[in-house]
Write a protein that binds this ligand. Structure first.
Ligand code: DGL
Length: 270
């Protein structure tokens, strides 16, 4: 069993990629919707939530846990690894490395929650991987909450995104890193803004490859050796409004995820 969690529905973008490369694995997707968004909370608050959710997923027999949230990874992945030493913990970090490596203009931008934007982990990632490339960090308060409402075609939002991005695009940024898993679902709004000038960078596929590697090390059936239909199951769990999580999967998720569902989303008092 693999546990994938986020503050809300953003991590479904990561789950989709992981489930694609591990067709036979069983998943629990856990959305901490009673506490979303994490992006405006303190590190201590986020860490307490992450450790609690990690314990819950470990009790549910998860041998691998994917922190499908940049904010939770920045604030608490080290603490989670320390508290669950026998579990394979995979975090999600903004794709600074691939964006900087591919940049021709020497300038990139990263869209992130307020918490990730001010985190030491992001600062370290930039020091390690950006080299001479200039990185503009753009905090995006309210964006994750916007995704949670599933009202992605709001023209006011498109205007706000345009206003935020225009200065860095005009200054030559040629890659825009989606530094929050919720923002993958905003790609249809962001693509037309950056079109012809910059490329959006999402790390979900790289995270999925890492999960498959760990699943192999744990001796799980990675679906590589035998043929046949996918048989993995998916359970949806939320700390509030499980029906919204279920609806989000129907609206946002690929059909392959919906086909794995073992039943309606359940409420968990975690
Ligand atoms: N999806 C999350 C991330 O990747 C968190 C969004 C939020 O809860 O603020 O950062």
């Amino acid at each position: 069993m693999i546990g994938v969690f986020d503050s809300g529905i953003g991590g479904l973008s990561v789950l989709a990629a992981v489930a694609r490369v591990l067709p036979r694995s069983d998943f629990i997707y856990f959305a901490d919707t009673a506490h979303v968004p994490y992006g405006d909370k303190s590190d201590a608050y986020i860490r307490a939530r992450v450790l609690r959710i990690g314990r819950y997923l470990a009790e549910r027999d998860c041998r691998q846990i994917v922190v499908a949230c940049n904010t939770a990874t920045a604030a608490a992945v080290a603490a989670l690894r320390e508290s669950l030493p026998r579990i394979g913990v995979v975090g999600v970090e903004p794709g600074i490395k691939p964006a900087a490596a591919a940049s021709r203009s020497g300038r990139i931008a990263v869209l992130a929650t307020e918490s990730t934007a001010r985190s030491e982990r992001l600062a370290r990632l930039i020091r390690q991987y950006a080299g001479p490339v200039r990185v503009d960090i753009l905090p995006c308060p309210g964006w994750a909450t916007k995704v949670e409402t599933l009202k992605l075609e709001d023209p006011d939002f498109a205007d706000a995104a345009q206003r935020l991005l225009e200065p860095v695009l005009a200054a030559g940024a040629d890659h825009v890193v989606l530094g929050c898993t919720h923002y993958a679902f905003l790609a249809p709004v962001l693509e037309p803004i950056v079109a012809g000038r910059a490329v959006l960078i999402d790390v979900a596929d790289a995270v999925a490859r890492q999960c498959r590697r760990i699943a192999g090390e744990l001796g799980e059936d990675t679906g590589e050796t035998a043929g046949g239909a996918a048989s993995g199951r998916l359970e949806l769990t939320a700390t509030a409004h499980p029906e919204r999580l279920h609806r989000a999967l129907a609206v946002l998720g690929p059909e392959s995820l919906a086909a794995r569902l073992s039943g309606p989303a359940v409420l968990a008092a975690v």
